[in-house]
Design a protein around this ligand. Structure first.
Ligand code: NAI
Length: 244
């Protein structure tokens, strides 16, 4: 009954999968949220009895409300929410259809907002909780990502507001801004583009999903107190200004 409960969105693969694995290792009952049933269910089975897969489109309010109702009915509390689900639809702005702007904002920003809204009222009642939003270094600006960078800048702003609104209720809210991380999302890029991006890194390497999962574990750890409203870069130093 006293076990900690975590929700991780976009948990079926990539960074979310590594975060889910880490939350299980940290002894959380972990709710794996995704729309990729095949990989989500497979991972939940692999991770054992403390892992539960739930299909939910985070940009759909009704699905999100149902998700939280089901988690509270079953597990009674939510100690950590990790908003990791996100998509890209890149193009220079003059070639970007407005639908691609809407699609990216709907998942990355509105979806994260809906998850935070539902978690906030529960965590406020509990007077405890941690929210970690996965933003991106790209919120600082990346050519070809006017939709994505805007969505992630929105996530950074949202994180700061929630830190202000929830601080007095014992809830800490932070964002992580990953740089180039080796996942199915980045593996879709042509190899020469991947190589160019790696060469632009101070570390001359890509990060691993586990680098993000480690930072999530740190931010959710009970020993970590007094950090809220921050955006922590896990990007091989790219944010210090090594341009491409
Ligand atoms: P990925 O594409 O490998 O995995 C994303 C997961 O989110 C997928 O399983 C997908 O099914 C799920 N998802 C997408 N839309 C959803 C929705 N509406 N509802 C529920 N689940 C949904 O992506 P990756 O690389 O693991 O990225 C995870 C997060 O990290 C994203 O927010 C991304 O923007 C961010 N990020 C990734 C970087 C990278 O280099 N891979 C760099 C910076 C940020």
């Amino acid at each position: 009954m006293n076990k900690k409960v975590a929700i991780v969105t976009g948990a079926a693969k990539g960074i979310g999968k590594a975060i889910a694995e880490r939350m299980i290792a940290e002894n959380y009952i972990t709710i794996l949220v995704d729309m990729d049933d095949e990989n989500g269910k497979k991972l939940a089975i692999e991770l054992g009895k403390n892992a539960h897969y739930i299909n939910c489109n985070i940009s759909n309010e009704e699905s999100v409300v149902n998700l939280f109702n089901s988690v509270i009915t079953q597990h009674k509390r939510i100690d950590a929410l990790v908003n990791n689900a996100g998509i890209i639809k890149d193009n220079v702005i003059w070639k970007m259809p407005a639908e691609d702007f809407d699609a990216v904002i709907n998942v990355n920003l509105k979806g994260t907002w809906l998850m935070c809204k539902n978690a906030a009222s529960i965590m406020k009642t509990q007077q405890s909780g941690r929210i970690v939003n996965i933003a991106s270094r790209a919120w600082l600006g990346n050519p070809g990502q006017s939709n994505y960078s805007a969505s992630k800048a929105g996530v950074v702003g949202l994180t700061r507001v929630l830190a202000l609104e929830l601080g007095k209720h014992g809830v800490l809210v932070n964002a992580i801004a990953p740089g180039l991380i080796d996942t199915p999302l980045t593996q879709k890029l042509p190899l020469d583009v991947q190589e160019k991006l790696i060469q632009a890194q101070p570390t001359k390497s890509m990060g691993k999903p586990e680098d993000i999962a480690n930072t999530v574990a740190f931010l959710c750890d009970e020993k970590t107190q007094f950090i809220t409203g921050q955006t922590i870069y896990v990007d091989g130093g790219k944010s210090i200004g090594a341009g491409i």
